[in-house]
Design a protein around this ligand. Structure first.
Ligand code: COA
Length: 250
C-alpha cells in the first residue's frame, strides 16, 4: 500500500509520486494521508525548499477513488484524509510544482490549481466531470479556477465537463508550459531547482502575496467538502459511481 505514494528527496526538492498505475492513480484515503504527511514534513524541514508532484508515464491521476466514494455514500466513513491533503496544499509555505502526463481527472486536475508551476505533456487532457458524477467541484477550485482561467472557461471545464488539452490549458492560464514526454521530469525538476535557489524568505512572502487569500481558500475547501459529503449520499452520485464500477460487467 505504501508503494502507491513514493516520496524522495533530491537535494532541496521533495518529490512525491503517485504510483498506482493499475488503477490509473485513483487516489485512496491512504494515498491522500501519505501525500498530506509528505507535504507537511517537507514544509517543516528547512532543508526542503520546493515540492514536486508527479504521476507515472501516461497517468497523472484519474481522481478520487470511486470505490471509496461509493463506500461512503452507502454507509461507510468518508474520513478526513482527502480534506487534510487539500489543506496541506492550500497551506503549503513552499513552492509546489507538478509534472502532468496523460490522464488528469478530478483531483488530478484540481491539484494543479494549487501549484505555482505545472508542466504538462501534449497528450495530457484535463477533465473535471464533477457534475456528471452528481458532485460539485472541489479542492477550492470554485474559487481558484475562475481566477486562473476566467469564469466561462472554468465553467465549461468544471460544470459542462469539457476536456481541456495541454495546449488549451496553457493558453487558459491553468498550467505554465507544455513539454515533451521525455523531458517532463527534467524540465519540472530544473524549474524546481531554480526556485530552490531563490532567497527563501523573499520567495515565501512573494508567493503569499500572489496566491489567493489563504483563509478564504481554506474556508472554500470546507464549504465544497460539506456539499460533497451531502452529494455522495445522493441517488445521482451513487448511480454514477455504480455505473462506472459496473461498466465492464455489462
Ligand atoms: N476510481 C477507482 N478506480 C478507477 C478510477 C477511479 N477514479 N479510475 C480508473 N479506475 C480503475 C478502473 O475501474 C479499472 O479497474 P479494473 O482494471 O479493476 O477494472 C482500472 O482503474 C483501469 O481503468 P480503465 O477505465 O480500464 O482505463 P481507461 O484507460 O480505459 O480509462 C479513465 C481511464 C481515467 C478515462 C477512466 O478509468 C475513468 O473515466 N475513470 C474515472 C474518472 C473519474 O470520474 N474520476 C473521479 C473524478 S471526481
Amino acid at each position: 500500500m505504501d508503494d502507491h505514494i513514493l516520496v524522495e528527496r533530491r537535494g532541496p526538492v521533495q518529490i512525491t509520486r503517485m504510483n498506482r498505475p493499475e488503477k490509473k492513480n485513483a487516489i485512496t484515503r491512504a494515498m491522500y494521508a501519505r501525500m498530506a504527511a509528505a507535504l507537511r514534513e517537507g514544509d517543516a524541514d528547512p532543508a526542503i525548499r520546493c515540492h514536486v508532484i508527479f504521476g507515472v508515464p501516461g497517468v497523472f491521476s484519474s481522481g478520487n477513488d470511486i470505490a471509496d466514494f461509493l463506500a461512503y455514500g452507502t454507509g461507510g466513513e468518508r474520513g478526513t484524509e482527502s480534506v487534510d491533503f487539500l489543506m496541506a496544499l492550500a497551506q503549503s509555505e513552499k513552492p509546489l510544482l507538478s509534472g502532468v502526463d496523460g490522464i488528469a481527472v478530478g483531483i488530478g486536475t484540481t491539484i494543479n490549481l494549487h501549484c505555482d508551476l505545472t508542466f504538462a505533456t501534449p497528450r495530457t487532457v484535463f477533465r473535471a466531470p464533477f457534475l456528471d458524477l452528481g458532485l460539485v467541484p472541489e479542492a477550492g477550485s470554485t474559487l481558484t479556477a475562475p481566477m486562473a482561467m476566467g469564469y466561462q472557461r472554468a465553467f465549461s471545464l468544471f460544470v459542462l465537463g469539457e476536456g481541456v488539452s495541454a495546449e488549451e490549458a496553457r493558453e487558459a492560464g491553468l498550467i505554465h508550459a507544455v513539454v515533451g514526454e521525455d523531458e517532463l521530469e527534467e524540465k519540472t525538476l530544473s524549474a524546481a531547482d531554480a526556485l530552490a535557489a531563490k532567497p527563501p524568505e523573499a520567495l515565501r512572502i512573494a508567493r503569499g502575496l500572489m496566491r489567493p487569500d489563504r483563509e478564504e481558500l481554506v474556508k472554500r475547501i470546507r464549504v465544497e467538502s460539506d456539499h460533497i459529503s451531502e452529494r455522495l449520499h445522493s441517488e445521482e452520485a451513487k448511480a454514477a459511481f455504480s455505473a462506472f464500477l459496473d461498466r465492464k460487467r455489462g
